[in-house]
Write a protein that binds this ligand. Structure first.
Ligand SMILES: [Fe+2]
Length: 643
């Protein structure tokens, strides 16, 4: 912007001149005397032009002109001469004035005189500015290419604007396409505007977006807005703010456009790189999640893993899985599942329902509704799981079943509005795998239910012959599984161990009734008959190929660590681990139950016997695990057991 020094003793005239020049975008400094003006010039104040009256008290305008021409030969001076005074005009021009104007002054003549002096200077300055602008743009491009952080990049872009276009303030807003908002990502030198502010733009044009972003106190003619465009799409705006209307020549405008073009490309590159990095990370997490999902066999495990992995995948505080009773086999599991340490707060329940209910009714009308909420206890070491006080971010993916039916939803929630299209897409991908895992689990549950009833029927058949032992197999199975869990067995291994617990005494089918039911002491032959039951059990199970793996566990559940057990007299590690677990569970339940030949032993007595039998009869480590489970109250006290 050009600075003009206006020297005029008449305050009214001075004011009119000043306003006229300001309207044209010049910065005007006014003095009421030549002395005062000279003082400013001598002090080194920079002016592009001096406009001076001739007739003033004290030093006159011609004298001021002479001094200026001696001291600052390059500076333009326009002289305002008295009415009809040709002599003054001639004198002024001889003394080196750039132009003169006669009073009374026509304002248009004033402006054209001023421009006549300044325009050539402006052109020269413009080309100087363009050259230095282009050079610093080359430097900026060089430094931008190495920038990976968006904040750092925006700072560099703003620095460039400050250095080359001299605004008072710069703001950079980037478009959030999904939300149709412009977010202020950088601001400097603009009061009443701060980083992080968002304005709705909803398809508004560039200048309208910029108008909404900048505070209304900044006059439109004091702003310059440069659109950031990549592939003919608007990605944001750079707004520059001035104290006065900036004067822009063609060269500067070209430089600004080039600058905005390069800035847009650099911003878009940094964003793409960051997005790619994030996608790679999230895809890795997705892969891990899916792997875990495939490891889950039972329905409950599938639901728990789905909830954990979905929340982890998109960085949600909480996730919910809703299953709809749209098919007979789904009815048993229909409900809304939420992973939690405690209960689910009322507002979260409400939030989930209010978001999912419209979707359900859009698919099924009134025929299907969301069932009640079920909480699934979660591991305490998980990073997520604290319920947000308000739910701002909520995304949902459909779970699509075999024939394309919607069987439920998986949703992720957060206190902040943080999810974007990548999260939505990832959750959708996760949804496909969750739906597949659920269907697999249902099929497994069905097969399991059939096998289960056959196995239970077998176990019961034995127990029915000896009523006091009713429920023994179930309890042994449960205790064995608890020990297996302590040992970190996976679901599949635990399931096999449970079946082995149910069937461990199946061989007793081959032991005559009178021996099984005999009260009091058995003879040696009778006892030998009893000792055949592990082998008989093993031979029965050989007929069932699916159960082959558990045969050795059943065959050796009466072996002892010291080798004095039966049927094979194995010791220590020769005995399969599962058989050692069954031995501990079997002994504990037998001793805490009434038998035909003795009543149940008090718990302290059982603990004492098992303590003494450590590493002789039973694996000491497993006995300790049993005691741990017992002390945690995880084995329910038995009716009739003296505690
Ligand atoms: Fe047994």
């Amino acid at each position: 912007m050009f600075r003009v020094l206006l020297v005029e003793d008449d305050p009214e005239v001075r004011n009119v001149f000043k306003e006229a020049l300001r309207m044209k975008g010049y910065e005007v400094v006014e003095c009421s005397s030549a002395e005062e003006a000279w003082e400013l010039l001598e002090r080194g104040e920079r002016f592009d032009l001096v406009v001076t009256d001739v007739l003033m008290p004290g030093m006159d305008g011609i004298e001021l002109l002479r001094r200026i021409k001696t001291r600052f030969p390059g500076m333009g001076v326009v002289v305002i001469t008295g009415h009809g005074s040709v002599e003054q005009a001639v004198e002024a021009m001889k003394a080196g004035a750039s132009d003169y104007i006669q009073k009374p002054v026509d304002l248009n003549r004033l402006i054209s005189a001023v421009e006549g002096v300044l325009v050539p200077a402006r052109a020269a300055e413009g080309s100087r500015a363009r050259i230095s602008g282009l050079m610093s743009m080359a430097a900026m491009l060089h430094s931008l290419s190495g920038t990976t952080s968006l904040d750092e990049l925006l700072k560099k872009i703003a620095d460039f604007a400050f250095n080359n276009f001299s605004p008072k303030g710069v703001a950079i807003g980037l478009l959030d396409e999904e939300k149709e908002e412009l977010e202020v990502r950088f601001v400097q030198g603009i009061p009443d505007l701060s980083e992080g502010e968002r304005v709705k733009v909803e398809g508004a044009g560039v200048s309208e977006s910029e108008r909404r972003m900048l505070p209304a106190t900044i006059r439109p003619e004091h702003r310059i807005c440069l659109p950031l465009i990549v592939d003919s799409g608007l990605i944001g705006v750079i707004a520059m703010v001035y104290d006065q209307k900036p004067l822009l020549d063609q060269g500067t405008l070209q430089l600004m456009n080039l600058f905005a073009y390069q800035a847009a490309i650099a911003i878009s590159n940094v964003k793409t790189r960051a997005e790619l990095r994030r996608m790679v990370n999230e895809l890795q997490r997705f892969e891990e999640g899916v792997k875990k999902l495939f490891g889950a066999v039972r329905m409950r495990e599938v639901i728990k893993t789905s909830l954990e992995e979905s929340a982890r995948l998109v960085g949600a505080e909480i996730s919910a899985l809703a299953l709809l009773p749209v098919r007979p086999e789904l009815e048993e599991f229909a409900g809304i599942y939420v992973l939690t340490h405690e209960g689910v707060p009322e507002h979260i329940d409400r939030e989930i329902r209010s978001k999912l209910e419209p979707v359900v009714s859009s698919f099924f009308g009134d025929e299907v509704s969301l069932k009640e909420l079920t909480t699934i206890p979660m591991a305490s070491n998980l990073a997520f799981g604290s319920f947000p006080e308000r739910v701002e971010g909520f995304i949902t993916a459909l779970l699509i079943g075999g024939e394309g039916t919607v069987i439920g939803f998986i949703s992720a929630m957060s206190e902040h509005e943080k999810f974007d299209w990548i999260d939505v897409r990832l959750l959708q991908m996760m949804g496909y795998d969750v739906a597949a895992a659920i269907q697999r689990a249902i099929a497994t549950e069905e097969i399991r239910a059939t096998t289960e009833s056959a196995i239970r029927a077998l176990a019961r058949a034995v127990e029915k012959r000896d009523p006091p032992t009713l429920g023994h197999s179930e309890r042994v199975a449960r205790i064995a599984v608890l020990i297996g869990e302590e040992l970190g067995f996976d679901q599949v291994r635990l399931e096999k161990l449970r079946v082995a617990g149910l069937l461990h005494d199946i061989g007793k089918i081959g032991v005559p009734d009178w021996i099984l039911k005999k009260p009091g002491k058995l003879t040696e032959e009778e006892y030998a008959k009893i000792k055949e039951h592990p082998d008989i059990g093993a031979s029965i199970l050989e007929e069932v190929p699916q159960l082959r793996e558990i045969i050795p566990w059943i065959r050796h559940h009466h072996e002892r660590m010291d080798g004095k057990g039966y049927p094979a007299g194995l010791s220590d590690d020769q005995i399969p681990l599962e058989a050692r677990i069954l031995a501990v569970a079997d002994a504990f339940d037998a001793m805490t139950s009434d038998r035909v030949y003795r009543p149940a032993l008090p718990l302290e007595e059982v603990v004492r016997i098992m303590e003494e039998g450590k590493d002789k009869q039973w694996d000491g480590k497993l006995v300790d695990l049993l005691f741990k489970i017992l002390s945690e109250g995880r084995i329910p006290p038995r009716e009739g057991v003296k505690g």
